[in-house]
Ligand binder design. Structure first.
Ligand SMILES: C[S@@+](CC[C@H](N)C(=O)[O-])C[C@H]1O[C@@H](n2cnc3c(N)ncnc32)[C@H](O)[C@@H]1O
Length: 196
């Protein structure tokens, strides 16, 4: 997955990395910024996602689709798809462009709109990457926890740089006997919960 990234995928990843880097320094308003995961976080997501049990792979918070590309690279290896939810219309348009140019469209289902409007329709989940507003992490965890299959993973970003913001979810997850949880100091910090 790392040594043979197809040229079209690599080009789109590099483009998004450049836009994200620029966003952070040129005064782009927060709601317009891509706010992507780091490259090494993407690599870890892909390594984890390629070894999961049967069930859906979902992502809450697509932005322009950078993290989705890492998840979809793993999904492609296994002949699976990633379902990703994005509420912001401009980000949805960017993500569509990303998936088209990276040639990973067959492995991605982009669901426009508020994740919470779709949560009730979810089946068994093998992996959920949670990267939306910090204020909704706890609600997301509560929506998906019972859908997680054995050995399935909930992976939440910003566990270090926004620790206080997502602490309510971290505390609930750590107290939930169904999960083994830890924080991995990679990128902005990943909080990973394995369903026992
Ligand atoms: C931090 S960004 C995601 C970055 C992306 N995962 C990446 O690394 O490339 C968070 C995104 O979550 C979206 N979002 C926030 N609340 C949402 C919700 N309830 N349903 C779907 N998307 C949501 C925002 O519009 C924003 O684009």
């Amino acid at each position: 997955m790392f040594s043979e990234i197809p040229p079209a995928l690599k080009a789109r990843m590099q483009y998004l990395e450049e836009v994200d880097r620029r966003d952070r320094t040129d005064g782009t308003p927060r709601n317009k910024r891509l706010r992507q995961i780091t490259y090494d976080t993407g690599q870890l997501l892909a390594i984890l996602a390629v070894n999961i049990p049967k069930g859906e792979i979902i992502e809450i918070g697509t932005s322009a689709g950078y993290s989705t590309l890492w998840l979809a690279s793993a999904a492609k290896e296994q002949g699976r798809t990633v379902k990703t939810y994005e509420i912001d219309e401009e980000k949805v348009a960017l993500a569509r462009e990303t998936f088209h140019f990276s040639e990973l469209e067959p492995h991605i289902e982009l669901v426009p709109g508020d994740f919470f409007l779709h949560a009730a329709a979810l089946g068994p989940i093998a992996l959920c990457f949670l990267d939306a507003e910090k204020s909704v992490y706890l609600r997301c965890f509560q929506e998906i926890a019972s859908n997680m299959v054995s050995n399935g993973l909930i992976i939440a970003d910003n566990a270090i740089d926004h620790y206080e913001g997502i602490k309510p979810m971290i505390d609930v997850a750590l107290a939930d006997d169904r999960f083994d949880c830890l924080t991995v100091p990679i990128g902005n910090g990943l909080f990973i919960c394995r369903r026992k």
